[in-house]
Design a protein around this ligand. Structure first.
Ligand code: NDP
Length: 462
């Protein structure tokens, strides 16, 4: 019998922490889990889930407009922000309950407290001042929005954590950043009727995505009425006499808006966690350094999810948790596989993507075939909406393997999930070609692009 209080103590009740605790407890291990805020973590409480609900809310304006082309007359429309916030709150409370129930049913000890390391096997529970011991400790405390403290006036700005629960829907907003959060929220706020401006330091939004997706989405957002300022940054933010925010940009613009929203990346939540006391090593961003099995440099201490700054995505944290449990409690060493992670940006239209961008593929392979289709989605014919779907397959000519698949359009995220399986299985373009189309869908285009649109040889388009 172990002399420790717990076989596993998990710090952090988000996606990775809860999954680890639940799986270990269901194996009969003595598990404690501590969360200082709400169970569910960033994804459930202030990330993916409320974001997707707000995306749905923001799409209705276009649905109502599109309805006319299909014979409907839609009456007077009104949007009530406080009703949306309340409905969202009810749903995340329900989900939080499910997370807690799953833990309780598995037999984990659920603690509502901040927990900090005080030694290699010891954790202090701040709510009671008690110190508990554990044979294994898992750090799964996630991340937080970068405060961007060097920006004069950053304390007048909001972050993604605040955006869901604003007391009032602003009439105008300036969003800084060109990544997932900035782009998704720009579309949400615009859809809800907010005058929206996005400001991004680079040449084109979504720097890690394929250029066709980036340019296609940029054009679609501008066509909707979202203002996008590229190659510019906010230099300072101040409060105006009537309570608005005045932002000055490097290019000399002065923007007066109700809210300034900083979406400039996220950083690991490791401040004051007691990592030094336990001897756990972090990188210069404060992320806990781990090996392929989520082991830190201290035997018995592990870390997974956003706090390790590997890939900041919920399904990745969950996958890391499953691998951790297999390795540590089931005697079956498995390391997470980070290759070919499909992902979606819930912009409007969505981006769904897996594998290499054209530029990445061109650096890796000598001879590429690029299959590209750009078309008006069927719904837009009757609605009259001026929108485009773009699909792109990148194929390594040498072995015909599809190395990248990118979609901009309705339900692109849903398609990305299936494309993820397809690319993971190593399918070739010939496999796509011999697959029967599902008609009439947009996705059928993925299996009917028979001739390459162009080739890229040694980095040059031919
Ligand atoms: P991202 O890393 O996606 O984007 C950060 C953005 O901020 C980039 O455009 C970056 O520019 C810019 N930036 C960073 N530092 C500065 C600076 N000092 N000055 C000006 N601009 C700066 O982070 P997000 O905050 O949008 O999201 C965090 C993570 O959360 C994502 O990486 C993603 O993994 C996850 N997420 C996933 C979602 C999904 O799956 N749909 C949704 C939301 C979040 P540059 O590109 O030039 O570096």
């Amino acid at each position: 019998m172990s002399t420790f209080d717990y076989d596993l103590f998990v710090i952090g009740g988000g996606s990775g922490g809860v999954r680890s605790a639940r799986l270990a407890a269901s194996l009969g291990k003595r598990v404690g889990i501590a969360e200082e805020s709400r169970y569910g973590g960033t994804c459930v409480i202030r990330g993916c889930v409320p974001k997707k609900l707000y995306v749905y809310a923001s799409q209705f304006a276009e649905h109502f407009e599109d309805a006319a082309g299909f014979g409907w007359t839609v009456g007077e429309r009104q949007f009530d922000w406080s009703k949306l916030v309340a409905a969202k709150d009810a749903e995340i409370t329900r989900l939080e309950g499910l997370y807690r129930k799953g833990l309780a049913n598995a037999g984990a000890n659920i603690l509502n407290t901040r927990a900090e390391l005080v030694g290699p096997n010891s954790i202090k529970l701040l709510a009671t001042g008690e110190t508990v011991t554990a044979e294994r400790i898992l750090i799964a405390v996630g991340g937080r929005p970068s405060a961007h403290g060097s920006l004069p006036g950053h304390e007048l700005c909001i972050y993604s954590d605040d955006a869901f629960d604003l007391k009032e829907l602003p009439q105008s907003i300036l969003i800084a950043g060109g990544g997932y959060i900035a782009v998704e929220f720009a579309n949400i706020f615009h859809g809800l009727g907010v005058e929206t401006t996005l400001i991004y330091r680079g040449k084109e939004i979504l720097s890690r995505f394929d250029n066709d997706m980036r340019q296609g989405l940029h054009a679609a957002m501008v066509a909707k009425g979202i203002h996008i300022l590229c190659e510019d940054i906010i230099m300072s933010v101040e409060k105006t006499d009537d309570g608005q925010r005045r932002a000055m940009t490097k290019a000399g613009e002065t923007l007066v808006v109700d809210q300034v929203f900083l979406a400039l990346g996220r950083e690991p939540n490791t401040a004051s966690l007691g990592l030094e006391a336990a001897g756990v090593v972090t990188n210069d961003r404060g992320a806990v350094l781990v090996d392929a099995y989520s082991r830190t440099n201290v035997p018995g201490i592990f870390a997974l999810g956003d706090v390790t700054d590997r890939v900041q995505l919920t399904p990745v944290a969950i996958h890391e948790a499953v691998c951790f449990i297999e390795t540590e409690f089931k005697g079956n060493p498995v390391s997470p596989d980070f290759d070919l992670i499909a992902t979606a940006v819930f912009s409007q239209p969505e981006i769904g993507t897996v594998g290499l961008t054209q530029d990445q593929a061109a650096e890796k392979f000598e001879d590429l075939e690029v299959y590209r289709a750009e078309f008006r989605p069927m719904k837009a014919t009757l609605s009259g909406r001026n929108e485009k779907t773009i699909m792109k397959l990148i194929v390594n000519a040498a072995d015909r393997k599809v190395v990248g698949a990118h979609v901009l359009g309705h339900d692109a995220g849903e398609m990305a999930q299936i494309l993820g399986v397809v690319l993971k299985a190593g399918c070739t373009k010939d496999d796509f070609d011999r697959t029967m189309a599902v008609h009439p869908t947009a996705a059928e285009e993925l299996v009917t692009m028979y001739s390459p649109s162009y080739r890229i040889k040694n980095g040059e388009r031919v």
